[in-house]
Write a protein that binds this ligand. Structure first.
Ligand SMILES: NC(=O)c1ccc[n+]([C@@H]2O[C@H](COP(=O)([O-])OP(=O)(O)OC[C@H]3O[C@@H](n4cnc5c(N)ncnc54)[C@H](OP(=O)(O)O)[C@@H]3O)[C@@H](O)[C@H]2O)c1
Length: 227
């Protein structure tokens, strides 16, 4: 039997993060899931294979304390799912500067800072996945809209590539993942696919990608996206 795999899923209180926790548990992984405050969804998944921790990715001290609490644990997968879409429908000039900056911090800076802090906790051949979006593709932006959110995910993609290059000799891979347009609180009720479809696809992509190096930008079907 294959050795049990370990995942750390960050931003798992609801939506795609919660769905990923459920899927990896069903696939026999051990999962450490993080929330910002008590999550009824995570509570409902209670299992000996699930550890629930609390941390806000924008809080460096909380991330550092989480790193200490998790001790010597090694993860085959660290997946930073957390993200925000505050005032995503407003054009850039209509978004107050502090709101625009906070979206950048949460969606681009905090995931890579977390990856930096936790890279020493990756198992050999481990993978750092970060939830991007097809809206982060500069080349595929033919429709406009979601201006500040798009920019934050484009920045995330750029920072992830630089992070991977900086650590290329350390033996882990980096995957930027687009989950599809998904019916969550962020995606809204008119989105293309449900959470179950998205997370099953992403879990397949990730399981197939373990052990691979470099920085890739993939959607939930495994297709490579243009930068
Ligand atoms: N849904 C889509 O169609 C879609 C498409 C492309 C990309 N994405 C990306 O997928 C990810 C998950 O989206 P979703 O649709 O599941 O959204 P969601 O339902 O709004 O969930 C967002 C999650 O991020 C967490 N979070 C936000 N800020 C955080 C912070 N500072 N620290 C820790 N956790 C934080 C939230 O925690 P709380 O419960 O504490 O707020 C929640 O668990 C995001 O990165 C999003 O940009 C979504």
């Amino acid at each position: 039997m294959a050795a049990e795999k370990n995942a750390l899923i960050v931003g798992a209180s609801r939506g795609l993060g919660l769905g990923l926790v459920e899927t990896f548990l069903q696939r026999g992984w051990r999962v450490t899931a993080t929330q910002r405050s008590d999550s009824p969804g995570l509570k409902a998944l209670a299992s000996p294979a699930l550890t629930v921790e609390t941390a806000d990715i924008d809080d460096d001290a909380a991330v550092s304390a989480l790193h200490d609490r998790l001790g010597g644990q090694r993860y085959d997968l660290i997946f930073v799912v957390a993200g925000v879409a505050t005032q995503a429908h407003d054009p850039l000039h209509a978004v107050p500067r502090d709101v625009a900056a906070q979206v950048y911090l949460t969606n681009a800076v905090s995931p890579i800072r977390l990856a930096e802090a936790f890279r020493d906790r990756l198992a050999a051949d481990g993978l750092i996945a970060v939830m991007s979006s097809i809206l982060g593709s500069v080349g595929l932006n033919e429709s406009g809209g979601w201006e500040n959110y798009r920019a934050s995910k484009a920045a995330l993609n750029t920072l992830a590539r630089s992070f991977e290059i900086r650590h290329r000799d350390e033996g882990f891979g980096v995957a930027l993942i687009h989950p599809g347009w998904v019916r969550t609180e962020m995606g809204g009720p008119d989105a293309d696919i449900d959470v179950a479809t998205s997370v099953a696809g992403m879990a397949d992509v990730i399981e197939g990608h373990l052990g691979q190096k470099g920085c890739v930008y993939l959607d939930y079907t495994g297709a490579t996206l243009a930068w």
